[in-house]
Structure formats: C-alpha cells, structure tokens
Ligand binder design. Structure first.
Ligand code: UD1
Ligand code: CA
Length: 472
C-alpha cells in the first residue's frame, strides 16, 4: 500500500506547563516526536510530513531523520486544521494518508500495519484506530450505533451523559484515502474550543456514504496520549519498563533495573552487564560483553565488544573500539575515536580526538583536536593547548611516543614516532621521530639555602625587637 504519514506536532501543549514544546520532551533520551517519527519511518512511507507551529525552528533542529517534510500551522486551530496545513506537501500523492499524533510516543509500527491492513481489506475511505481506556476522559469517545458501526467521535467536553460512559476512545491514528481529503474543508469550527476537530471527519465521511470504520485493536499502554506532566511520567515509565524487559529477554545482565534508561533506538550486545543509574541514549550501539558501571551516560555512540566503561563517565557521539576501557570520571566528547585495547582513565577529557590502539591516557588529561598513534603513553596532566583564542589547532603524536607527565602541546604541533617528551615540558615545536624533547629549566640545587634563610630571618627579628625597646 502506498502511504504517506502526517505527524501532528503543532499544538500548544499548554497542559504540560512547560516552555519546551510538548513533543520535544524526551523519554529515555529520545523526544516524543522522534519516537513517532521512528515508527512512521518503519512503515516505509512515500512522504513524512511533520506539522509544527510557532516552535518550528526548534522542532526542525530536533529532527535528525532525513527526508522529512515540514508544514507550518501558524495558529493551533485544531487537529483538522493541522492536517489541512500539510495538504500542500501531499501534492500529487495518490494513496493512503496515515495521521499520527506527535504526543503518542509509544505507538508501534506493527499495530499501525495491522490497522492499515484492516483499512485496506475493508476498502475504507476513512478509518480510525481505537482502544479501551481505563479513564476515557482525556480522549474522544467512539460512538457506535446498535449495529456496532461507528457514527462519530465526541470529545469529552462535548459528550453527553451517555457518551461519557463509553470507554472506547480515539487513539488519534487515522487512515484517510487521498481522494476524500476534501472532507477536511467541510469540518466546521467546534464552538466549545473554537477549533477544527479532525475527529469530525468520521461523521462527515459517513454522511457522504463513504466506507468508514473504527478498528478497536489498540491497547492503552501503546496509544496513551501525553497532555500533562503526569501522563508524561506515566508514558516514560511504561516505555522504560518495556525496553528493559525486551533487553532482559535478550540476555542483558542488569544488576538492578530500577534506574536504568535505555533509548528505544539503542542496541545492546549479548552478555553485556549494566549497573544502576546508567543512561544509554540515541542511536547507541554496544557490542557483546560490555560492562557499564554506575552513573554513566552514553549518547549516540558505537561501542565495540568487551569494552569497560567505569563509573561516572559521559560519552557522546564517539566510537570506542573492542576491549577499550574508559573512566572512571572520564568525559569523551563528540567526534572521538578510541582504539582497541586503549585505556582512558580518571579525569581525562577527550574531544575530537583519535586515540590509537593500546594507547593509554590514564589520569588527568585534556586531549582535544588530536591524532594520537598506537601504543602511546600519555602521562598524567598532559594538555593539548588546541585553542589560540581564535582558532583550533591539531596535535599529532606518532606511534609509540612516550609523553611524560605535565606536558603541554602548543598546537599545531607534531611528534614523530617513538619520540620521548620529558615530564613538565611545554612543546611548542615539532619533535622528530625517536628524539627526546625537553623544555624545562635545568634543576639547580643551592646547598645550605634553608639554613641561610633561617639565619637571616632570626637576625631581622632581633633587630626589630631592639628598635621596639628603644621606643618604650
Ligand atoms: C486528540 C483527539 C482525541 C483523541 C486524542 C488521542 C481531536 C479533537 N481530539 O485529543 O479524540 O482521543 O487526541 O490522543 O483531535 N495539534 C496540532 N495542531 C493543533 C492542535 C493539535 O498539530 O491545532 C497536535 C498536537 O501537537 C498533538 C496532537 O495534534 O500532537 C493532538 O492534539 P491534542 O491537543 O493533544 O489533542 P487531544 O486533546 O489529546
Ligand atoms: Ca493529546
């Protein structure tokens, strides 16, 4: 089936009481909008159109997926109006339009596919996906006639006593055939909220004698909409639990699952052990047999096999190869690659750094904009001085170099293979391969200096006391 997806994300989200647009609130490190976009992408649609409003710039910035179109809804005049705003982007598309709510982050592609199969098999013009809600008050009620056919969707604010008792509700997922999009123009403004409700497309479609169904195939834990902070916490909790359950089944060892957050797009290798208070976010991939100790955050990284990430470490947008060990208390900033078997120890910060295989930077260093070869030893307190106040410069260190403690590299600078840098050096120029570079003042020992100083001080004290006596 040829489909296009429209994701509604232009609402004000007032009920969240937050300055951040509602759909940009993150669950397990992924925004609600991204979760819905991921679901949409899995349906392999012709087009994906995100309808956004006054937060358009923020929303565009947050979307990493390619090939997403954006439609502007200047004022949030309702869900019906929002779909209308996306219409120009659908120009020339002849298929089924799938509408998804940006604030329903738990929706799974399998359920949408099942819904679309039903829509297609019934040759419907309009279909809506419904579910049974424990507390239906936050949703539109699905009204059916005595034959069980859907007749309308009524919002809580407009529902009468009998309708309020209905527990079958609208999920906000619709399938609409392109040739009945004209129905959108016939939606009248709802007087209670002064909005154009997409839900009205159901009764309009029926009135025109078009084939229309509500398929009650959803479950609340998949289709819950997030309108308030409370609902957001509930959705976060549900997503976290289901992800942990999935990975437990696949053989991941959790010491305690209570405060472990794993994003929906993360993949974990068999036999990996995860300690409490760990956040693994974005499109992170972790290989087999990794150990992730407590208080670690890993975001958008590729982590190889048998890697050890020790306590209180942050790793962002980086690659860590097989058998490397990072932390405790390390900060691996974007654009870094740590080679196989390398060791990055406590209080080491790496940024845009390429670290060769088996290289060690075990303590207290800053390595930024650098290319470090393999088997290099970086002594404690080494700093690449990469910034001259205007531009960033590169430090290049060849294979097998030994860098003594407390060294500063004033970039741009190159150190050839196998060179040695004496501890405490400030390296301002290139070092040839195999050389020893020293840039510190030769040590002087002034023999008896302490005793002489003591003597001078005693003499001074005696002189001062003599003066005081004379005055009194
Ligand atoms: C909507 C449905 C309700 C359904 C529920 C499912 C309507 C009138 N009601 O209610 O029947 O049970 O979703 O969760 O459709 N949006 C826009 N532009 C707007 C208004 C909203 O893009 O002008 C977006 C929002 O950002 C949100 C989605 O549409 O992602 C739903 O809007 P929301 O205001 O949350 O609708 P509900 O009251 O939850
Ligand atoms: Ca909602």
């Amino acid at each position: 089936m040829d489909i296009s997806c429209i994701i509604l994300a232009a609402g004000d989200g007032k009920r969240m009481r937050s300055s951040l647009p509602k759909v940009l609130h993150s669950i397990c490190g992924t925004t609600m909008l991204s979760s819905v976009l991921n679901t949409a992408e899995k349906l392999i649609p012709n087009k994906i159109i995100v309808v956004a409003g006054r937060h358009m710039d923020l929303i565009k910035k947050s979307v990493q997926a390619k090939d997403v179109l954006f439609a502007m809804q200047k004022e949030p005049k309702g869900t019906g109006h929002a779909v209308q705003c996306a219409e120009p982007e659908l120009k020339g598309f002849k298929g089924t339009i799938v509408v998804l709510n940006g604030d329903s982050p738990l929706v799974r592609p399998e359920t949408i596919r099942k819904f679309l199969r039903l829509h297609e098999s019934k040759k419907n013009s309009v279909s809506v996906l419904s579910f049974i809600a424990e507390d239906p008050a936050a949703y539109g009620r699905v009204v059916r006639n005595i034959s069980g056919e859907v007749t309308a969707i009524v919002e809580d604010k407009n529902a009468d006593k009998a309708e309020k008792k209905i527990d079958e509700v609208n999920s906000g997922v619709y399938a609409i055939s392109y040739d009945v999009l004209y129905l959108l123009d016939e939606i009248r403004m709802n007087k209670t909220k002064r909005e154009y409700y997409l839900t009205d497309i159901i009764s309009l479609s029926i009135k025109k004698g078009l084939k229309t169904s509500a398929f009650c195939i959803g479950r609340e834990d998949e289709f819950m909409g997030v309108n308030t902070k409370e609902e957001f916490y509930r959705a976060s909790h549900m997503m976290r639990e289901s992800i942990i359950k999935k990975w437990s089944k696949k053989g991941i060892n959790f010491i305690n699952t209570d405060s472990v957050f794993i994003g929906p797009e993360v993949s974990l290798g068999l036999g990996t052990t995860i300690y409490p208070n760990v956040y693994i976010e974005g499109k992170t991939r972790i290989g087999r047999g990794a150990t992730i100790y407590p208080n670690v955050r890993i975001s958008n990284c590729i982590i190889g096999r048998n890697v050890i990430i020790k306590d209180s470490t942050v790793i962002e947008d980086s690659i860590i190869k097989d058998g490397a060990s990072i932390g405790p208390f390390a900060h691996i900033r974007p654009g870094t690659e740590v080679g196989s078997g390398a060791r990055i120890g406590n209080f080491v910060e790496l940024k845009k750094a390429f670290i060769g295989d088996k290289t060690k930077a075990s303590h207290l260093s800053y390595i930024g904009d650098a290319k470090i070869g393999k088997d290099v030893n970086i002594g404690a307190g080494t700093i690449t001085c990469n910034y001259d106040g205007e531009k960033k410069h590169i430090t290049m260190i060849g294979d097998g170099v030994f860098v003594g403690s407390d060294t500063q590299f004033i970039a741009p600078v190159k150190v050839g293979k196998g060179a040695y840098i004496g501890a405490g050096s400030t390296i301002t120029g290139d070092v040839p391969a195999g050389a020893l570079a020293l840039s510190r003042v030769r040590q002087k020992n002034l023999l008896g200096w302490a005793k002489n100083k003591q003597r001078a001080r005693s003499k001074e004290q005696r002189a001062r006391k003599g003066k005081e006596k004379k005055i009194t």
